[in-house]
Design a protein around this ligand. Structure first.
Ligand SMILES: Cc1cc(Cn2cc(-c3c(Cl)cnc4nc(-c5cn(C)nc5C)[nH]c34)cn2)no1
Length: 281
């Protein structure tokens, strides 16, 4: 990199600003290009005033610390950051495929290999960090369709409407233990993986319904139905993830060995990249 990623080196003058890619409560994301190297980035611009009003400065500092130290093929890179009087600028990896949930809305159903790829990729990711919260709004489609977890859930939600068409969308990923106000642990990610896989292949969340009340009832009673033609392997995997008792959910190491994953995900390529990355750490 031409300059170190210390916050005092870059200025906005070093970048050409392109299209607006997204907006959120605290700022915008633009496509940007560094003038010297012509390197393309996603330039997230956050307004200090808005962050101050919502007491979010600490949250931003925490995100910057976490994300700048994480280097994983499934996590959106944070290359550096800088600030001026009014704004904080984050230099993020540009994901050419855009947001997964938008792709799921337009294309409804993704290929089984892509969805299997999500599972296995998030298996490796899960081994790395514990507090991941998997839902389509937090996932971008990077180069070569590699999925990237971009933890901008806190800054992206725009005040006007939720990303999903209905408020129900935000309930679809909640596991029973969270609905019942019981304690919960990392096994909520196994539940989310089951919901995400179902939605990616079948085109709608498993407990999708007209009202929030009905969605909550279906989650609590685990009212799980599959369209005819759903492969038995996929049914089996999802049924083993969407279990009421977190202890009964299929552990991630067994997800990676499950018949549906083995048949659909290009595990060797992903494992090779994972092993190589391990070596470079
Ligand atoms: C504020 C605020 C908004 C958001 C949500 N958000 C993330 C992006 C984004 C990022 Cl961070 C990185 N790469 C992206 N690529 C796209 C994109 C590409 N195409 C073809 N279409 C889009 C859209 N968006 C990216 C944008 N908004 N987070 O904080």
């Amino acid at each position: 990199e031409k300059k170190s990623s210390k916050s005092t080196s870059w200025t906005i003058e070093d970048f050409e600003i392109g299209n607006l890619l997204g907006r959120g409560r605290f700022g915008y994301v633009y496509c940007g290009r560094e003038k010297q190297t012509r390197f393309v980035v996603a330039l997230k611009i956050l307004f200090k005033a808005q962050l101050k009003n919502s007491k979010m400065e600490q949250q931003v500092k925490r995100e910057i610390e976490i994300q700048s130290n994480l280097k994983h093929p499934n996590i959106l890179r944070l290359y550096g950051f800088f600030h001026d009087e009014q704004r904080i600028y984050l230099l993020l990896e540009y994901a050419p495929g855009g947001e997964l949930y938008r792709r799921m809305q337009t294309e409804k159903v993704l290929r089984e290999s892509e969805a299997a790829g999500v599972n296995i990729r998030f298996y490796f990711l899960y081994v790395e960090i514990d507090d991941i919260y998997i839902k389509p709004e937090n996932i971008l489609i990077g180069k070569y369709s590699i999925l990237k977890l971009a933890d901008f859930g806190w800054s992206a939600e725009s005040t006007s409407t939720c990303k999903r068409t209905t408020l129900c969308g935000t309930l679809d990923y909640l596991p029973p233990e969270m609905l019942n106000g019981n304690g919960y642990d990392e096994k909520i990610d196994l539940w989310c993986l089951g919901v995400l896989t179902y939605e990616m292949i079948i085109g709608k969340p498993p407990f999708d319904s007209q009202t929030q009340h009905e969605t909550i009832r279906m989650i609590r009673s685990i009212e799980l139905t599959f369209p005819t033609g759903t492969s038995p392997d996929l049914r089996d995997l999802i049924t083993k993830l969407l279990r009421r008792n977190p202890a009964d959910r299929l552990p991630l190491k067994d997800v990676a060995q499950h018949a549906w994953i083995v048949k659909n995900a290009d595990i060797t390529a992903i494992e090779e990249s994972y092993v190589k990355r391990k070596k470079t750490l």
